[in-house]
Ligand binder design. Sequence first.
Ligand SMILES: C[S@@+](CC[C@H](N)C(=O)[O-])C[C@H]1O[C@@H](n2cnc3c(N)ncnc32)[C@H](O)[C@@H]1O
Length: 255
Amino acid sequence: MAAYVDYAKYYDYDHAIDTDLAFYINYARQYGSPVLELACGTGRLLVPVAKAGFEIYGIDLSENMLSLCRRKVEKRDIGNHVHLFCADMATFDLPRKDFALAYIPVRSFMHLFTQEDQLACLRRTYDHLRPGGVFIVDVYAPSYSHLAKEQEEGFHLRREVAMPNGHRLIRRDRFLRNDPVLQIQHYEICFEEYDEAGNLINKRTLPLDTRYTFCYEMQLLLESVGFEIVDIFRDYDKNPFDGTEEIIAVARRPG
Ligand SMILES: C[S@@+](CC[C@H](N)C(=O)[O-])C[C@H]1O[C@@H](n2cnc3c(N)ncnc32)[C@H](O)[C@@H]1O
């Protein structure tokens, strides 16, 4: 996805969250190595999972995101059990097909814009799991108020963060339009970086489109490639799905 080429520079400041980390580490503890993270990005989750001792493989389409991940892996000296590949999650083919656990966290599955690519990704993942292996995919639950929007909106402030170099980063988002046929919401995000004196030193506006998937649709997609549904949660505390927040589907390759 082209946006992440430019997004990489600010991703870790923008996504300084770890609310999903305990959830994924607990699954890794339950199912063990090797673990596969699809769309691993800068290693926000991959690095702490590797530090916890798991053998982990990560793939991502953006070399810029991956190079930040590689730097962290080198710095923390965990390279002997981390394997990174620049690959598309709809077509990847890794040298091993015995993963105990695979996941696509933080709604990255929403960057697959056609049902063909969604199914291809799920099939590739299924083929990389050992029998009995578990797969987790996390997307936003479609919000009816968002789907009802018709008019383009102006930018609104999403967050403001202090960067370690003393600069200030401001992120603004705006909704552009819904495509109800393709189930795609077109968005833009805008980063502004200000130096210590308050001068604007960089401004980037990036498209960030997402395809939404309904819960029954997700179940059918998973089942149609052979997965059995184990659980569907609405949050990382494992509260059952109720139509709000997220669709966190836990599925299993029968074994
Ligand atoms: C929201 S970030 C998530 C990164 C990381 N998993 C995390 O938890 O912070 C989305 C990632 O999806 C990657 N991506 C988008 N489309 C992809 C595709 N078709 N195949 C592989 N990676 C993709 C982007 O490059 C980006 O790194």
